[in-house]
Design a protein around this ligand. Structure first.
Ligand code: NAD
Length: 363
């Protein structure tokens, strides 16, 4: 065993390691890829998720569920989805009779996740739900309970947990190779256009914190490996901006970790230019990811020197991870409980923003 860990050691062997198709077959007895249906054919689904199935090794897109029959026809034809595997929200419960579909991937506005997840689980399917998991803690628990009751897995679409640069950063920080963390902060924000569900609380459950600040929060948790014991937050809304009558703009928050470390995070919906980064100052070096959580073009440095990381398709890695676990039955890396933890903290952040008080989080 080597006594010292070098920068190279820290970065070796990283990446969301998917099983080779042969190993997958041997270990799981699978004779075909896991069948997925995507639900909610909007921007993220059609531009990122659907095209990523071609990079998957263990997963196949076999079904569509949408509230728009025209999208079912257009995208169904484009992706060669059998007519029998195209469902509307009204007919989706019929998937219980469709053995080709193993997993339903819910990619609609957050307030709609609970109902769709519960329906998919009740139809006997494993479920992946996009982040943020749901507007309230009670919603999240309902989703977890429904999947447990049905004996099905629930994965939350935290793609960064499957992305090679974020995995490299986690390993670099958590291995201790950089020494103790002295300071950590993460900022995520952009300039949100008007007139979307993202600024309508009834559909979004909140503003920037739910949608983009959650990346800062989740990064502070996955980099440190700690769960905060209390939070303090400040919320700022620009006056007379119609985007912020129903939801918040900028949230700055502090997470107090059990080790005594204070993590600083933020989220914003009126930032131009936007921000997408985290920085971890450690005893033996400073890790900077900027951009940290984009769809592509990640950049990771330690003490200003670029860290070379083999790029991966994070969407495919996330999907294939779920498929492997559907076959083995083992818990996934980002289960419902992970989504619930973020929502519980976000609710405390909102409470602190309203009251100006430090809010304790029960374990
Ligand atoms: P979008 O507006 O582009 O698409 C939303 C889809 O949901 C559309 O097909 C729309 O028809 C449908 N929809 C809208 N209101 C609905 C309702 N009331 N009931 C049922 N369906 C409804 O949004 P998007 O950017 O694709 O976001 C969808 C989900 O994906 C959200 O949870 C969002 O946070 C998440 N997302 C995640 C990432 C990521 O990187 N993980 C990126 C973008 C979006």
């Amino acid at each position: 065993m080597k006594e010292t860990i070098t920068r190279k050691d820290v970065l070796l062997g990283m990446g969301a390691a998917a099983l080779s198709p042969w190993t997958f077959w041997r270990q799981t007895g699978a004779s075909k890829p896991v069948g997925w249906a995507v639900l909610g054919l909007g921007g993220y689904c059609t531009y990122e998720i659907m095209p990523s199935f071609k990079s998957c090794e263990h997963s196949k897109l076999v079904g569509l569920i949408s509230g728009h029959p025209d999208k079912l026809t257009r995208l169904g034809d484009q992706y060669g989805i059998a007519s029998a595997n195209r469902y509307t929200y009204d007919t989706m419960d019929e998937i219980r009779h469709n053995p080709e579909i193993d997993v339903v991937y819910v990619i609609t506005p957050p307030a709609t996740h609970p109902t769709f997840v519960v329906r998919a689980a009740a139809a006997g399917k494993h479920v992946c739900s996009e982040k943020p998991m749901a507007p309230t803690v009670a919603d999240c628990k309902k989703m977890i309970d429904a999947c447990k009751k049905a004996g099905r897995l629930l994965q939350i679409g935290y793609r960064c947990h499957y992305e090679a640069h974020n995995l490299a950063a986690i390993r670099a920080v958590r291995s201790g190779a950089l020494g103790k963390i002295k300071s950590i902060h993460s900022d995520h924000g952009f300039d949100m256009g008007p007139g979307t569900w993202r600024t309508q609380r009834a559909l979004s459950g909140g503003g920037s914190m739910m949608d983009i600040g959650i990346y800062s929060l989740n990064a502070l948790r996955y980099l440190t490996g700690e769960e905060p014991v209390s939070v303090k937050a400040k919320i700022t809304n620009p006056p007379n901006d119609p985007r912020f009558v129903d939801c918040e703009d900028t949230v700055e928050f502090e997470l107090n970790f059990p080790s005594g470390l204070v993590g600083h995070g933020s989220g914003g919906y009126s930032w131009n230019p936007g921000k997408n980064m985290y920085e971890v100052v450690c005893e033996k070096g400073t890790l900077l990811a900027d951009p940290a959580t984009p769809y592509e073009g990640h950049r990771l440095t330690i003490d200003g020197k670029e860290v070379s990381v083999k790029r991966n398709n994070q969407f495919a890695a996330q999907i294939d991870h779920m498929s492997e676990h559907v076959r083995t039955g083992k818990p996934v890396l980002t289960p419902g409980e992970e989504g619930l933890r973020d929502i519980r903290i976000i609710q405390a952040i909102y409470e602190s923003g309203r009251t100006g008080q430090q809010i304790r989080l029960s374990s």
